[in-house]
Design a protein around this ligand. Sequence first.
Ligand code: ATP
Ligand code: MG
Length: 235
Amino acid sequence: MHPLRGGYIIPREEVGKGVPRREGAARLGIMGGPFDPIHYGHLVTAEAARTEFDLAAVIFVPAGHPPHKKDHRLTPARHRYLMTVLAVATNPWFEVSRVEIDRPGYSYTIDTVQEFRRRYGEATELYFITGADAILEILTWHRVNDLLGLCQFIAATRPGYHLDGLGQVLASLTPEERGRIHLLEVPALAISSTDVRERVRRGRSIKYLLPEAVEHYIYKNRLYLENGEEEVTEE
Ligand code: ATP
Ligand code: MG
């Protein structure tokens, strides 16, 4: 039986019971990232991908220890996970997975996609949702051909990031592989986690850049301040 249809129950830790079942091929969206913190750029992108590509659900996967994030110390995973849970709470099609934060060692996209492939089986189409900047990084990593064999990509255009490099990377792929990368225009949102962290540090407002619950969580836990939690070494 089709994994997202009929009597099959999706593992509860991954997709909530309230996720509507769709007719036709089951498609699942995966949105990965440090989410330090999650903001409306992520949420708008995931929602646009869900509706444009008819995804049964989008699973947010907060990164554990990304090998390429050396520019700033990551906030402890428990905070990034909880902020993501708070942010998706009002959307019945959004869920959060602990798969990367519970896995020791560096987090690689391919391991995560392979894990979802194992859980949901071959009948489910997996779509990895990224911003246009992130897809360039992913596609220039090794084992990209393996990755494209496991999932398709939805690359959202994001203000300030130019797609120049993407053409070059796409040219190095086979036509079949290229066909598995879809571009998606999302309403212009120049929000970034870097900017949110910077604003908090400087005492500037972050209202309307992210869900209110996340805003309150940041203040309550004194995240992104000079002497706040961010200085704590990653667990
Ligand atoms: P940072 O500034 O710390 O890099 P970020 O805002 O880029 O944070 P990430 O957690 O790094 O957020 O991004 C997770 C995913 O969401 C990536 O695929 C990224 O390209 C995408 N993304 C982030 N912000 C936006 C946005 N405003 N619009 C569309 N996609 C976005
Ligand atoms: Mg980023």
